[in-house]
Design a protein around this ligand. Structure first.
Ligand code: SAM
Length: 242
C-alpha cells in the first residue's frame, strides 16, 4: 500500500478524522428518507454498467455510497485515508448483506491491481483531490477496458472568499484548507468543463457532465453537509476505451 506522507494531505485527513462523526451524522439523517435513497440510486445506476462485478469507491469517507451500491454479484471496495471515516463505514458494513471491503489507502494510488475493476465512483472527492493527473492515470489503469468512471461533485469552494470562522469546525476547516492547500487541489476551484477536459486528456472517452437538479432540490429542502451551501452538483461520467 502506498500512502504518501504528504504534509498538506495529512492536514486534510486530520480534518476528516476529527469531524467524521458530524459529517456522517448529517449523511445518515438524509439517508433516512426513502426519497433521498431513490434519487441517489438513479444518479449512479443511470451510468454504471449493469453487469459490473467489481467496483471501487475512492474517497469513500464513511462509506455511504459504497454501502448503497453493494449488492449480490457486485464486490465493492471503498478506499479512504481517514481512519475515523473508515471506522464508521466498517461499523455500518457489519449489518450489510453484501458488505463492501473498506481499505485505508490513497485515492491517488488505490491499493488494487491494474485492470481489476469495472467501475470507479466518487462523491465529493474531486474538489479535495491532490495530484489529480496522477490519480486519473491510475484510475484509467485500474479499470478494465470499457470500464466506467463516475464522480459527483459541486463547485463548493470555487470562489476565493474568506471561509467562515467561529465554530471549532469552521476554524479547523479554514486552517486545514488554507491557500497552500487549495493550491495543491487541481479541482478545488475548477469548473466542470475544466474537470471534463482533464478527464479527456487522461485518455477517457464519452466524457459528459450531467447537472443534478434533483439533488439540489433535496439539498435545499434538507440541508447540505456542515460548512457547505447548496450548489448545483454535476455527475461526470466517462469510459476507458474498450
Ligand atoms: C467530503 S468527504 C466525501 C465522503 C464520501 N465520498 C461521501 O460521499 O460522503 C471527502 C473524503 O475524501 C477523503 N479523501 C480526500 N483525499 C483523499 C485521498 N487522496 N485519498 C483517499 N481519501 C481521500 C477524505 O478523507 C474524506 O473522507
Amino acid at each position: 500500500m502506498s500512502i504518501t506522507p504528504d504534509p498538506v494531505q495529512m492536514r486534510l485527513t486530520a480534518y476528516w478524522d476529527r469531524w467524521a462523526a458530524e459529517y456522517d451524522g448529517h449523511q445518515m439523517g438524509r439517508l433516512a428518507r426513502q426519497e433521498e435513497r431513490a434519487v441517489w440510486e438513479r444518479v449512479w445506476w443511470e451510468v454504471l454498467p449493469e453487469h459490473a462485478r467489481d467496483l471501487l469507491d475512492v474517497g469513500t469517507g464513511s462509506g455511504n455510497v459504497a454501502l448503497s451500491l453493494a449488492r449480490p454479484g457486485l464486490a465493492v471496495t471503498g478506499v479512504d485515508l481517514s481512519g475515523g471515516m473508515l471506522a464508521r463505514a466498517r461499523a455500518k458494513a457489519e449489518d450489510h448483506p453484501c458488505p463492501p471491503h473498506f481499505v485505508l489507502g490513497d485515492a491517488v494510488d488505490p491499493p488494487l491491481p491494474p485492470g481489476s475493476v469495472d467501475a470507479i465512483v466518487s462523491r465529493y472527492l474531486l474538489w479535495t483531490l491532490r495530484d489529480a493527473p496522477a490519480a486519473l492515470a491510475r484510475w484509467h489503469a485500474l479499470l478494465r477496458p470499457g470500464g466506467v468512471l463516475v464522480a459527483v461533485d459541486g463547485p463548493w469552494f470555487a470562489h476565493e472568499e474568506e471561509l467562515p470562522r467561529g465554530t471549532a469546525r469552521q476554524d479547523h476547516f479554514a486552517a486545514a484548507y488554507d491557500a497552500d492547500a487549495f493550491a495543491r487541489l487541481p479541482f478545488g476551484r475548477a469548473g466542470v468543463e475544466e474537470i471534463a477536459r482533464q478527464w479527456t486528456a487522461a485518455g477517457f472517452v464519452d466524457v459528459r457532465a450531467d447537472p443534478l437538479p434533483e439533488v439540489l432540490a433535496l439539498d435545499r429542502a434538507h440541508g447540505v453537509a456542515p460548512g457547505h451551501a447548496p450548489q448545483l452538483q454535476y455527475r461526470l461520467s466517462a469510459r476507458r476505451p474498450g
